[in-house]
Design a protein around this ligand. Sequence first.
Ligand code: ADP
Ligand code: ZN
Length: 726
Amino acid sequence: MDERYEGPCEVQVLLPLPLASAYDYLVPAGLDLAKGDFVVVPLGRREVVGIVWGRGSFSVAADRLKPIAARLDVPPLPLPLCRTIEWVAAYTLNPPGAVLRMAMSMSAALNSPKPTFAYRLREARAEIRLTEARRRVIAVLDSGPPRAARELALEAGVSASVVHGLAEAGIIEQVALAARPAFARPDPDFSAPDLSAYQEEAAARLRRAVHENFSVTLLDGVTGSGKTEVYFEAIAETLRRGRQALVLLPEIALTAQWLGRFETRFGVRPAEWHSDLTATERRIAWRAVAEGRAQAVVGARSALFLPFPALGLIVVDEEHDPSYKQEDGVIYHARDMAVVRARLSAIPVVLASATPSLETAVNVSAKRYQRLHLPERHGGAALPRIEAIDMRSDPPPRQCWLSPKLRTAIAETIGSGEQVMLFLNRRGYAPLTLCRGCGHRLQCPHCTAWLVEHRLAGRILCHHCGYNAAAPRNCPRCSAENSLAACGPGVERVAEEVAALFPEARSAIMASDTIGGPLAAEDLVRQVRDHELDLLIGTQIMAKGHHFPLLTLVGVIDADLGLGGGDLRAAERTYQLLHQVSGRAGRAERAGRVLLQTYVPDHPVIAALLSGDRDQFLAVESQTRRDYGMPPFGRLAALIVSGFDSAAVERVAAALGRAAPSGEGVEVFGPAPAPFALLRGRHRRRLLLKARKDVAVQPRLHEWLGRIKLPHGVRVQIDVDPYSFL
Ligand code: ADP
Ligand code: ZN
């Protein structure tokens, strides 16, 4: 099985760069390599780290081949991961090196653990003239932790002598590195709960799956039914077998509360992998995974590309969550690719959700996935009662957003010592600001988007590109004073109304821009749990995972918000989000109540939420998609053409339109201006390929793009299975 390459011979080395293919290198005599090994190779005037990918392709004359400089003392990239990288690359039409880059996003982890010294910048530096190479080394150290000489040279793209020269010149100095911290072993039998009969049945099935080959299981249960406890049992069984377990969570669901529960169950915290880790933490976690010392890992979608040598189980919690779709760089869906990695590793994958995605539900109906059902909440907690408030007959006063019914319910709830959560998925004060004098609307200079006023910060922001300016006093166009009017509500505006109506109530806003970071978020969660707050107003970041015993009323300010827009999944997503928000109410002994403010109480999504008939809703949605040949019954792929020069973008889009594939089972729509026709200063046009399920779209896309020559400055992004149509 093991592919070994004993020098002298030729191998292909895949570099973590968007190159069309792997490059051939010479394995010098005396070096013995295997597929997956990390090696240092020359590339132009630099040295880079790559992966031994296979036998040489003999595309270069032997005498022009460059030799591999060294093999790194790191465990090889596991073969199932290599195959996953190839699979993802082929499916998403990305060069394999671009996908490999996601698996090597921590070059710092690659140096051998042996050096116990690293270099850092000296506080008091000698004044000398700096060469470009020396400047690069300093820039690397300036923006990160101390690094060993070899690592520093690699990262700065310089030779080791440059680093040593800087040390001699007194610009950098050596420091001792701390010893590697050990990852404590989670104990599968540390503290197992008594499971209910339903839970035990599901857990037993998952334990069995852990001993078998590839399988996909949907763990389907209402919020609070114990899905987490049940998949913990599958993790425990994986650990007993001496294998590693990976849990994927949407980034914002990875909370101290979740980590605390893991620790309660297994005695130690799992290894973490997410965007908040420092470079050092990433290096430590990556190496611990690669060496098999980290047995349980919880992470956001990129954890899928970690080099587990003995992966035995993948859990994708909240599998329906749209944030599993990575929208830039390599565009992929982490849930779908988790299934791919599990298949290539011959291990089980568990998808958990209270509101499974339509894709998963259809796979269950087709018997491709198994389903385990947890029908009731743990401890007999009742599901919340969900009611609609018809805003046509019970409207709030002008320029207000809380209807009389919702106001009464808030007063009653707070009055009886319980807590309220108001949900509005809109940050800031108002989504649109316009001038009453001339009608001018404040718009982002770089995007097709309105600027959102953030009154607490005194700024106006673009939520798409981050453009940010002081909130103007006067209209920027007609200069009229005091003429700017806020249109519509954001959470800050609802907070203002709450403060006016309930001056005694202790309230807070929970939105990504109003809380300073994970620690502040945890503190806010603690304040709610300890009843230091009566009322919380928040966006979807508070929809997830939290468990507040005293929270008995959830008010949804605008239940219709996600329904417009014509997105393929608008109804499904709105249902999932509102269901999840509703699940925050009444998680303990006290009954919960949910009030949905809506102008369309008869809309199928609202009706399904009121009746609680999720499966009926999914059946209707699924029939509609089937009728129109939409995913998962058909295939979609989007091309997004963008660039700073709008005429060039238009020309490329038109050429793509003319070159579009046609024929049996394939249709192409567009080009059309994207809904965000201007984003971060780039002009954008979209084309959409729709194909029958039995059509392989990748070769079609490949051919199609091959017919076009891209001028400099115009980019075509390919999004296979698009989730965003903006
Ligand atoms: P879900 O993941 O389905 O939302 P959880 O696993 O978070 O459900 O369970 C909800 C709450 O009930 C948690 O506080 C959990 O610890 C508790 N719980 C669930 N099952 C049990 C059990 N068998 N024994 C003790 N507590 C349980
Ligand atoms: Zn913008």
